[in-house]
Design a binder for this molecule. Sequence first.
Ligand SMILES: [Fe+2]
Length: 285
Amino acid sequence: MSADGFSNTPPAGARPDWTIDQGWTSYSEAEHQVWITLYERQAALLPGRACRPFLDGLDALDLRRSGIPDFSRINVEMDRLTGWRVVAVPGLVPDAVFFEHLANRRFPAGRFIRELEELDYLREPDVFHDVFGHVPMLTDPVFADYMQAYGRGGLRALELGRLSNLARLYWYTVEFGLLETPDGVRLLGAGIVSSRAESIFALDDPSPNRLGFDLERVMRTPYRIDDFQQVYFVVPSLQALLDATLQDFAPIYARLAKASDLPITAIEPQDRLFTRGTQARAASQ
Ligand SMILES: [Fe+2]
């Protein structure tokens, strides 16, 4: 997780790279119970909805156990599978810090967990969003490389002043992406699979557009942070996503500097159309 607009000095108690100890032994029984409640709810919902690499990652890491995972335990398995590690951070971290971690195959995760009374409301990403949502995909070798490439791309986008474009790539893939599979369209993004309501909405609701993924197109598309998405992009394969990210973005950024953003509900002639949405949800708000 990352956010703009705050100091580059880590808070008291954090290391220079903003990491902290997870302090796993200090979680309360109630906090573990929140994890288990959320886990059971999503685990029942996601088979047949989430993509296979996510479900396989969930199994490989045995994320239910007896509550909030001990990062040092899952890091042993992560290291074996793809060389990624989860590191604890106190909250949102500056973009440059976030990208530096990703570029070195470290995923920064919040250590706190939401309250039982607000299971569906998140002020900022918590350990359930970050670990249940993001970490299973990092056990897939191709997606693992994609996330590292994204981190490197982030450091470069900062230099080139095109972070707003690059952030849309993360948003529409890592957080809210869909994946095309032989069995149909499946959930990919952490923001979807960690949310009960959006796990249903993103696949089944008639409101949003669902369009084929195209890197430059995605970078021109704004997104919603206050509600479910009005458009989802369907990635043809994880390999295609990685391949698109391994090119030099500088020529793309040069074109984007001259191009305008697209309206969030646009359907362009060259878009591959999976679903033309009614946009009924957005209209009703
Ligand atoms: Fe996230």
